[in-house]
Design a protein around this ligand. Structure first.
Ligand code: NSP
Length: 227
């Protein structure tokens, strides 16, 4: 899934947003739920709640990414479509992983009801599937969604982390280098689109980026039973 970094090689718009909204970004990628995995104090009932709810979330993420794919096919310049298609394959693997992991942890995936935060996040994804929503906004959201997980779980694998052995596989799922490169590719695509976008689309994309960060924080709160 290698692809050239877009945006002229300088600092892209998404990088400026990551700085501008650093508190929110840290709130999502250094959430107490993630920190508890990293320091080995994670409450297993929180982890199991997260596992079941995230499985449901990813099932809803697939149609959203299929819509991003559809949008990219109308606006394809540099092979974005192949990258997004690879993203759908990665989500398919993610769903298989959730099923295996759930049986390992005795979590019954059938019959789990989505909690309110999860429902709200999925409704937000649905709203981004409208034909009114520009490809630039949708691909920015997709980049942000994947990147929060990549940065969060990579942090749990860094030197000095005390992530329990039985959670290493979970962290590697999103924290591995290949997934990191894939997120950078998405970021390059988002930057390229944002550079060419009108001010109106750019500010809609920024608002969407902020909303994704807020939802990711709320999702972790929910996993800890704090919703
Ligand atoms: C809530 C959430 N955000 C992102 C991802 C990574 N696909 C996920 N599985 N769940």
């Amino acid at each position: 899934m290698e692809r050239k970094q877009e945006g002229g090689g300088g600092i892209g718009i998404t990088e400026t947003w990551l700085k501008k909204h650093t508190l929110l970004y840290k709130g999502a990628t250094r959430h107490p739920f993630i920190l508890s995995i990293r320091d080995g104090t994670v409450d297993l009932s929180s982890f199991k709640r997260w596992l079941g709810q995230d499985y449901l979330f990813v099932r809803n993420l697939v149609p959203f990414v299929a819509d991003v794919l559809q949008k990219s096919s109308k606006d394809d310049k540099d092979g974005d479509m192949e990258v997004v298609l690879g993203g759908i394959t990665s989500l398919s693997d993610e769903l298989t992983w959730f099923k295996n992991e759930a049986s390992k942890w005795d979590v019954m995936l059938h019959g789990i009801a989505p909690q309110k935060t999860n429902q709200d996040y999925c409704r937000f994804l649905e709203s981004l599937m409208s034909t009114e929503v520009d490809y630039t906004v949708a691909i920015t959201a997709f980049w942000a969604i994947e990147t929060v997980y990549q940065k969060s779980f990579a942090f749990c694998l860094e030197d000095g982390s005390k992530t329990p052995a039985e959670l290493i596989d979970t962290c590697q799922r999103w924290g591995n280098e290949g997934f990191g490169r894939y997120c950078q590719t998405l970021q390059g695509i988002a930057n390229g689109c944002l550079e060419k976008a009108t001010d109106d689309i750019r500010s809609k994309a920024e608002a969407t980026f902020i909303r994704v960060l807020e939802f990711e924080i709320e999702f972790c709160n929910m996993s800890q039973g704090r919703d």
